[in-house]
Every structure is written in C-alpha cells, then in structure tokens.
Ligand binder design. Structure first.
Ligand SMILES: NC(=O)c1ccc[n+]([C@@H]2O[C@H](COP(=O)([O-])OP(=O)(O)OC[C@H]3O[C@@H](n4cnc5c(N)ncnc54)[C@H](OP(=O)(O)O)[C@@H]3O)[C@@H](O)[C@H]2O)c1
Length: 221
C-alpha cells in the first residue's frame, strides 16, 4: 500500500516558518533561511523553472520525494502563500488537495497540477489523494496545522525533517500540541554541509489526551 509522508524544513529551534507568515511574506520573517539548502539544488530549481543548481545528496532527496509523490495535501495557509508565488506549471506536477473551510472551484494549472479544495476534512482529503496517487505515495505538504491533524488521526506513516542550522526564535512550530505519546523510529539520517535530513517511521500515536492506547503500528508495512 502506498505511504502517507510529510517532508518539512525546520529550524534548529523547531520552527517550520518564521513569525508574520502571510501571502506577501511567505514562510514568515527569516523563514526562507530554512529552505536555503533546497533552493540551491537542481531538482528543486527545475520544478520552479530555474536553470542550474547542484547535484548532490540534498538534490537526491528532493528528487526522491518528487518521484514518489503522486498527490499532495496542504492547508489553506500554505496554499495562500504559494498561490501568489508558484510558477505555472507549479512544482507539484500532480493533483493537490487543499484543506479549507472556504468552498472554491478547482484551480487547474499546467503540468498536471489541479488544486482541489476540500471542505470535508482530512479523511476526505486523504481518500481523494490516495485515489489520485494510485500506486504512488501521498505527501502532506504542510503547514503545521495540517501535518498535526494527520499525526493526531494516525494517518501519517513517515515524517521527514530537514533540519537547518538556523535559529528563528519565534514563528510556527510543528510539534506544539502533539501528544508526547507520539513514537517516532529513526530510519535514515543524511548529513550534508547545509542541512541534516532526518527520516522517521511513525510507530504509534495517541488519539485523545490521557488515552495512551497505541492504535497504530506501521511496523509491518
Ligand atoms: N518548513 C516547511 O517545510 C513548510 C512546509 C509547508 C508550509 N510551511 C509554512 O507553514 C505555514 C502555514 O502553516 P499553518 O499551520 O499556519 O497552516 P496550514 O496547515 O497551511 O493551513 C491551516 C488552514 O487550513 C485550513 N484547514 C486545515 N485543516 C482543515 C480541516 N480539517 N478542515 C477544513 N479546513 C482546514 C484552515 O483554513 P481556513 O479555515 O481558513 O480555510 C486552517 O486555518 C506557512 O507559513 C507555510 O509557508 C512550511
């Protein structure tokens, strides 16, 4: 069965975006520093329509994720920041499902990317994304609110953190409010000059506060 994974850049002090993130300030104050490593690699640049870039182990990881993702899910905040900045074709080249409370007609872009707005919650978004992805994996693109909902619902199989040697001091934290019963098993570490790529299998989770029952074990997957 295909996997559900998230892949997020993070500052050393745990932020995935700086403060004051909004469409005219994507990733918030200083937040782009988290992604500096990615901006320099060939496969990221190619998806943005920019020539050149390095081919190294960071590039391999970006390429690997683009290759495995057959559909994406994101929250409306992330979408609102990208809507004004992504090129056409956008970098996804696959269907994208946007969680929102605001109904909207699908937004069709070039290169296989159609943004579909889902108002029925994470289960509906995942069902649609799985169907669209076929044999490929589903990537939960972010932001924090969206990834946390997939963790809390026990729907995330794999979490990648790309840890940048950057301190932001404030902003959007990924793990705020996530149960300490979340059990992450390290499966890969790739270390490069600008970033440390950490991959975890999500082994178990807690459904409600105080309920320590482990319901989810992907060990067999
Ligand atoms: N470092 C990284 O790798 C990375 C990756 C992705 C994003 N980011 C950053 O993360 C920040 C955004 O994160 P965020 O946590 O603020 O927001 P988010 O997860 O992108 O979006 C949250 C919003 O999505 C909608 N939503 C989420 N779940 C929903 C549900 N179940 N049903 C209906 N609507 C739902 C709601 O918007 P409405 O109610 O308004 O519709 C909610 O306020 C941005 O700055 C972005 O640049 C960083």
């Amino acid at each position: 069965m295909s996997k559900v994974f998230a892949s997020l850049g993070m500052s050393l002090d745990g932020f995935i975006a700086g403060p004051n993130s909004r469409p005219d300030n994507p990733l918030g104050d200083g937040g782009m520093r988290i992604h500096e490593w990615a901006v320099g690699v060939e496969s990221w640049r190619a998806r943005q329509g920019i020539d050149g870039g390095q081919t190294n182990q960071d590039d391999d990881i970006v390429q690997e994720n683009f290759s495995r993702a057959g559909a994406y899910i994101m929250g409306r905040h992330m979408f609102a920041e990208g809507e004004v900045g992504w090129p056409d074709p956008p970098p996804f080249r696959a269907p994208v499902f946007v969680l929102t409370h605001i109904p909207r007609q699908p937004w069709v872009r070039q290169g296989g990317t159609t943004f579909t707005f889902v108002t029925e919650g994470v289960d509906s978004a995942l069902a649609q994304a799985r169907q669209a992805a076929g044999d490929k994996d589903v990537q939960i693109s972010g932001g924090a609110d969206t990834v946390r909902q997939f963790i809390d619902a026990g729907l995330l199989d794999e979490l990648q953190i790309h840890l940048a040697p950057v301190v932001l001091g404030s902003g959007v934290r990924l793990f705020d409010g996530v149960s300490p019963a979340l059990e992450l098993v390290p499966t890969r570490v790739v270390d490069s000059a600008q970033v440390t790529h950490l991959t975890y299998r999500v082994a178990s989770f807690q459904v409600t506060a105080g309920d320590l029952t482990s319901l989810h074990d992907t060990a067999a997957s």
